[in-house]
Design a protein around this ligand. Structure first.
Ligand code: RTP
Ligand code: MG
Length: 193
């Protein structure tokens, strides 16, 4: 015969676990609803960020902000991939140096997700040139160079779709919920805020 108090205790534990399961597994659907402006953007930590051992500190900024890392890959960019990625800059005077820099050493590519992630990431990165970027931004805090500016971020939804397709294969970008999501966004209303 079982102990009734023990039985009651186990039922209570089960209810708590069910409640947690329910919350964690419902949240991502809520977060990904149409109209939430949930975006995924391509972030590249450039060779200077890797060589200067800044990968962890820069990645941490995106996590601290509440953005979600849904893809991550250390890789070396080929000449062909650099040419495709930077095709809009092909006629600019800085293009040969830029391709040489981006293909010369490994980069860390990331797919970063959040509501409004494209604009949020661009404002976290700061102005293009390290010498001009405001303090508090990634480029403003970690660099002084104009050419070696640590980080790339997609600048529009169309660019994000194109660039994520260049750097990640289907299946490399994951859908998953985080335990923190329920406090990263206020999901108690009709849509996450
Ligand atoms: P990114 O594409 O890397 O996120 O940076 P961005 O939008 O702020 O800058 P963009 O105008 O797209 O330029 C792409 C990259 O080219 C290098 N650049 N050098 N020396 C120069 O005048 C110059 N101008 C641009 C930078 O590495 C810049 O990030
Ligand atoms: Mg750009």
């Amino acid at each position: 015969m079982g102990n009734p108090q023990r039985f009651f205790f186990e039922i209570t534990c089960l209810k708590v676990l069910q409640e947690q399961h329910f919350r964690y597994h419902l949240l991502p659907n809520n977060l990904n609803q149409k109209g939430n402006h949930m975006e995924t953007t391509l972030i590249i930590l450039k060779p200077d960020a890797v060589q200067r051992n800044l990968m962890g500190r820069i990645l941490t900024r995106f996590e601290d902000k509440g953005l979600q890392i849904v893809g991550c890959k250390l890789m070396r960019i080929s000449q062909e991939l650099a040419a495709e990625h930077y095709k809009d800059h092909a006629s600019k005077p800085f293009y040969p140096g830029l391709v040489r820099f981006m293909t010369g050493n490994p980069v860390l590519t990331m797919a970063v997700r959040g509501i409004g992630a494209i604009t949020i990431c661009r404002s976290m990165m700061g102005a293009t040139f390290g010498s001009k970027a405001a303090a508090g931004t990634i480029r403003g805090d970690f660099g002084v160079s104009n050419s070696y500016n640590l980080i790339h971020g997609s600048d529009s939804p169309a660019a994000a779709t194109r660039e994520l397709g260049l750097f990640f294969k289907a299946g490399d970008i994951l859908e998953y919920s985080r335990a923190s999501d329920m406090y990263v966004y206020d999901s108690t209303g009709s849509k996450p805020e």
